[in-house]
Design a protein around this ligand. Structure first.
Ligand code: E4P
Length: 217
């Protein structure tokens, strides 16, 4: 299972990378704005900074909603750095753009996916990644993990190569349950990755080992 971090915060990206378990980064316009990264040139520069801070795929989202605009923007984003994956929304022209980029050999991440039907279309169009937003489904009293399970079943039925990127992950149990189901990738905040470290028995056990060592020395 690949671990992506879902942020545009360079310090957090570097902290996750330093842990040695990071496989990539996802961003979106809201995450960029949260870091105060605004303006076309600043945003493009920030994508390059992120690519230089990590090994692995870095999703960069288009803002256009028409096919021509998505192609223009996506090609410019892909030309920025070899690690860039063009993030395309699940809308009608988005499906066409996914197919266009697949034919060009440009990696894509189909975002804002909330149903199996949408995930099936993304796979048919040749998306590299499909991003079902599990946290946002949970927010509206719908189990996001059920969606991951259904997509896994359908993709396995037909051998689709599109990778299931569980997105909108909020906490460690999302990560663990996605791993049980067989999501290919999860993207979440730093806390959802570092939280996997924690167990009180580890802390208690370590304190006891160190105390016992001191007794004998
Ligand atoms: C991922 O690609 C999405 O941008 C992200 O996971 C959305 O997460 P949120 O629902 O916590 O905003």
């Amino acid at each position: 299972m690949k671990f992506f971090i879902d942020t545009a915060n360079l310090d957090q990206i570097k902290e996750a990378e330093a842990l040695g378990v990071l496989d990539g980064v996802t961003t979106n316009p809201s995450l960029m704005a949260k870091e105060g990264i605004t303006g076309h040139d600043n945003i493009l520069k920030h994508y390059i900074d992120i690519c230089e801070a990590v090994e692995g795929d870095v999703s960069a989202e288009v803002i256009s909603t028409d096919l021509e605009g998505m192609i223009r923007e996506g090609e410019a984003l892909a030309a920025l750095h070899p690690q860039i994956v063009v993030k395309i929304p699940m809308i009608e022209d988005g499906v066409k753009a996914l197919k266009y980029f697949a034919d060009q050999g440009i990696k894509t991440n189909c975002t804002l996916v909330f149903s199996v039907g949408q995930a099936l279309l993304a796979a048919k169009a040749g998306a590299t990644y499909v991003s079902p937003f599990i946290g946002r489904l949970d927010d509206v009293s719908t189990d996001g993990l059920d969606l991951i399970e259904d997509i896994r079943l359908i993709y396995d039925n037909y051998g689709f190569e599109t990778q299931i990127l569980a997105a909108s992950v909020r906490h460690t149990m999302h990560v663990i349950n996605c791993a049980k189901i067989g999501a290919d990738v999860m993207t979440g905040p730093l806390s959802s990755i570092k939280g996997l470290l924690n167990h009180p028995l580890t802390d208690i056990g370590l304190a006891k080992f160190l105390a016992d060592f001191k007794k004998g020395n």
